[in-house]
Structure formats: structure tokens, C-alpha cells
Design a protein around this ligand. Structure first.
Ligand SMILES: C[S@@+](CC[C@H](N)C(=O)[O-])C[C@H]1O[C@@H](n2cnc3c(N)ncnc32)[C@H](O)[C@@H]1O
Length: 252
């Protein structure tokens, strides 16, 4: 089939509603893989230990995924916990849990100045376009109370080869879907292809696997300082090689 009928988008925000639509379990919103629910819990528990939630804390979790950290924060007695998600489709799923979640993008947070004593964004910035990183860091700083803890986790230090190949034809897409995700996904893609033919629109492939932002620890520390943060410490991620976690605080 002709190449022009196939379009690829690496915009992660376009990919998120698709995840919500096909979610079979809430944990699918953590986008870590179906079999890694326990790992999400382990990562969030250790993150909660690092920021040391206390009873007076107001938490904002930017890109809260399936809400695991919000649940842990409540168990540890925080005063309030709000989770932000990239799209309304994810928020609709999360509302059923009773957790406080809202739609927002990291570079434009619909929250007042100095409303949080803990700001977290774990495994999110890698999907944010590089040009929006400085504004995202400034927003984290703006919503943080003076001295608030800011945790930014899973920042890749280098780019990596995208596991999803560039497809030239629809049959390449189909065979990739079958090999990687099995018959159910293959059939779903086939249906989308037939529909796009019927309505005469190109088929948009949203792999959600490309890394949009990466920085060495030194580069990232510099960006955080420019946004008004002080670095407390940074360290390599315990489970994902090549990624780093940063514990910071608002400078004034
Ligand atoms: C890979 S999940 C991480 C979930 C959770 N923080 C964790 O560590 O398990 C990425 C999350 O970031 C959110 N997200 C994606 N792009 C975003 C953006 N530009 N601004 C804010 N959140 C975004 C998605 O809605 C999703 O909840």
C-alpha cells in the first residue's frame, strides 16, 4: 500500500488517550508494562521514602499514572494529594478511584503559586518535548512553597534507540504488531486500517516509545538551577540503567 497513507506521531500526549481507551487494568496508565505493577509499587514506595511524606504535606504529582504514589501518600497521612494527567481520558478513568486528579500539562500547570510542599514528577519529563522542559521546571518551582521538596525521577542521561521501527508500509505495521503484541492488537490495527481507508484519511501510528528529552545529570542540574531550584542530591535509578533521579528544593 502507498506510504503516504501512513503517518507517525511521537507526540506522547496524543498517545495517552489511546492507552486510556484500551486500558484493561488501571495500572496500564502507569505505562510501564502490564507485568510490572509490582515494580511501579516498589518505585513509588522508595520515592515516598526519599521525600519523607509527613502529615502537613500537600503533594502535587505531575504525571501521576495509575495513582500509586497518591495512594501511598494518603496511607502515610499527607494533608492533600493531587495528581495531574496529560489527558481527560486518563482523568475519566482515575476519577472512579476517588483520587483527586486533573488534566494538565507540565509546562502550564493550572495551580496557584506555592500550593505544594512536595512536587513529584516521575518518569514524565522523558516524554515532554525538549523545548518545553525549561517552562516545565519553572512551573514545578512556581507551585512549590519556599523550601518544598521537588522530586524529578527517571530522567534518561542519553537518547536511546527507539524500539519501534519506522514503518514504510501498512503490512510492516501489521507484522510488527503481531510479533510484538499478538493477535488481539494485530486485529485492532487491521480494523483501524480498514476504517481509515473507508473514510479516506491517513492512518496515524502512535508508538509512544520515543524519548523526547534526555540530559546528563550535570546538564539537568543546570536546567533545574536556572528554574530556581537547589539540588539536594541525584543518583542513578535503581531499576532503569541510564536514568537518574533528582531530589531538589525550591531555592527561596
Ligand atoms: C510513564 S507514566 C508515569 C506514571 C507515574 N509517574 C509513575 O512513575 O508510575 C507518564 C505520565 O505522564 C503523564 N504525561 C505525559 N505527558 C505529559 C506532559 N506533557 N505533562 C504532564 N504529564 C504528562 C501521563 O498522563 C502519565 O500519567
Amino acid at each position: 500500500m502507498p506510504t503516504r497513507t501512513l503517518v507517525r506521531s511521537d507526540d506522547y500526549v496524543e498517545y495517552c488517550p489511546q492507552t486510556a481507551k484500551h486500558a484493561r487494568d488501571l495500572h496500564d496508565l502507569a505505562l510501564r508494562g502490564r507485568h510490572l505493577k509490582e515494580l511501579t509499587k516498589v518505585i513509588c514506595e522508595s520515592l515516598a521514602d526519599v521525600v519523607a511524606f509527613g502529615p502537613g504535606d500537600d503533594l502535587i504529582d505531575i504525571g501521576c499514572g495509575d495513582g500509586t504514589l497518591l495512594r501511598i501518600a494518603h496511607q502515610r497521612g499527607v494533608k492533600s494529594a493531587i495528581g495531574l494527567l496529560a489527558t481527560d481520558e486518563e482523568v475519566d478513568l482515575m476519577r472512579r478511584t476517588g483520587l483527586n486528579t486533573r488534566q494538565a500539562l507540565s509546562h502550564q500547570l493550572p495551580l496557584p503559586d506555592a500550593c505544594a510542599s512536595v512536587v513529584v514528577s516521575n518518569n514524565v519529563l522523558l516524554a515532554v518535548p525538549s523545548e518545553k522542559i525549561p517552562a516545565s521546571l519553572r512551573e514545578m518551582c512556581r507551585i512549590a512553597k519556599p523550601g518544598a521538596r521537588i522530586y524529578i525521577g527517571e530522567v534518561p542521561s542519553a537518547g536511546q534507540k527507539d524500539p519501534t521501527p519506522q514503518f514504510a508500509t501498512r503490512s510492516e505495521v501489521l507484522s510488527h504488531m503481531y510479533r510484538k503484541h499478538g493477535l488481539r492488537t494485530w486485529f485492532g490495527m487491521l480494523r483501524r486500517m480498514i476504517w481509515s481507508q473507508i473514510v479516506g484519511k491517513p492512518l496515524t501510528i502512535l508508538p509512544g516509545t520515543a524519548i523526547s528529552f534526555f540530559a546528563t545529570p550535570e546538564e539537568f542540574v543546570q536546567l533545574c538551577r536556572e528554574a530556581g531550584m537547589e539540588v539536594i542530591r541525584h543518583w542513578p535509578h535503581e531499576h532503569y540503567g541510564g536514568r537518574n533521579n533528582f531530589l531538589l528544593r525550591r531555592a527561596n
